[in-house]
Write a protein that binds this ligand. Sequence first.
Ligand code: HEM
Length: 249
Amino acid sequence: MGTHMEIINESSGAIGCGIIGVVLLSLIWGSWRILNWVWLRPKKLESCLRKQGLNGNSYKLFFGDLKESSAMDKEASSTRISISDDAVPSRVLPFIHTNISNYGKKSFTWFGPIPNVNIVDPELVKEVLSKNFNYQKTKSNPFIKLVANGLTTLDVWMERVVHEDMKLGGITLLEGVIVSLHVMLLHYDREIWGDDVKEFKPERFAEGVSKATKNNQASFSPFSSGPRVCIGQNFSMLEAKMAIATILQ
Ligand code: HEM
């Protein structure tokens, strides 16, 4: 009987030790994953981007640029905007606008622990949109969804997450980095459209979209492009024409 009890005690002790071991290992593994997510991986991605000549704010633990960008958004949205306003981009995209003014077109921002590379070159925008398996929509990432939902639904910019390591315009983008396609900034780019870029001048499109730009570059993509182009494009254009024709009658 006594030996029976000893065996039971010993085996329950061993099970207890085993459970503590498993719990400890899970804790270490979990802590490592969190550390990797909030610090090691962002720092690795940051150094990879900086080595290739991209600039942006230094990564701040967990939040990245979130606090700064939401403060700027709040301040900007407290001012009124008019369509002929010279400051539309800085009013609609205050943080991105400031970031690009400070660091240039080869720049990045931080969505929490995820670096966000700004894409403001029309050819690179088209390249990303044409490779929809390599650059996927960000909807599947709950963190990005939570933070980015407001602006992406307005299509002020379009976001794609790099699905596997890719080269874009000579820059290597590691898996997990986000590319932000700033279509609105393209539409306000003086270098593409000329000094009258901010004027309401529909006649600039009289000979087609590409002839409207300085170097015949097709840089007008309000409906996106590539395989995931808006399926309502023709319908919307027709509707707009009908509305204008009705107003003019
Ligand atoms: C002026 C009006 C419109 C604009 C500016 C517009 C713009 C866009 C843009 C930029 C995208 C790509 C979004 C992204 O890739 O993140 C998109 C996608 C889409 N649009 Fe539109 N859209 C308009 C009207 C419509 C209408 C009227 C419909 C439906 C009848 C429609 C249906 C869609 C659908 C289904 C997609 C997703 C296509 C896909 O992912 O394969 N859109 N639209």
